[in-house]
Design a protein around this ligand. Sequence first.
Ligand SMILES: O=C[C@H](O)[C@H](O)[C@H](O)COP(=O)(O)O
Length: 232
Amino acid sequence: MDRITEQKRQAGEYAASLITDGMIVGLGTGSTVKFFIEKLAERINREGLDIVGVTTSRQTSSLAKGWGIKLKSVDEVPAIDLTIDGADEVDTNLDGIKGGGAALLFEKIVALNSKRNIWIVDQSKYHDKLGQFPLPVEVVPYGSHQLLKRFEAADMAPTFRRLPDGQRLTTDAGNYIIDLHLAVIEHPQALAYYLEQTIGVVEHGLFLNVADAVIIGGEKLVVIERENIENH
Ligand SMILES: O=C[C@H](O)[C@H](O)[C@H](O)COP(=O)(O)O
């Protein structure tokens, strides 16, 4: 296992130790969450925990089902106690970019219906400012080429997310993803507002003020709580 994968495993497995009996748990998407789900399934079987999972993608649903985790949709539960999810980039305010796995829309819906959100990442994703990771924007297919031209005109270096065969990727909700190659995002709130006002944009990958804590794998595991951040 390479260093990054090992850090993902470490963060994911630690997150599984935070789940307690009776919880309704949001299950994020991605390679880090995979370690969390595997460890959680192990605990459910070994300790007989009564856990209900709420998934954020088809990929996670099939993974969790494979491990025998009981699942409900976000609309079938009163609220989610805790969601564990990955992130593509996290800054020192615990704001983040998500959607590298194209699951941003359902991830945001699950996150906003969760009492608490914890992200699990490896060290390479923790930066002073966001933007090194291209910002995913989920868009309605109709008019999406016009939207791409609009982002081009705004110097946002947009590209349609494509599958290896060159076809445009379609999300679980049937939309396209446009990735914005911004290099650095100086004003995340303003950018989020601009995208939210843009017709045709369904959702964007800026998750601002969402994570309550971030677990960073590494030689020494680091847990950063939002309430302990200076400018919180
Ligand atoms: O759409 C995908 C999600 O936002 C993932 O949580 C994110 O891409 C991180 O994935 P990974 O743990 O595979 O790096």
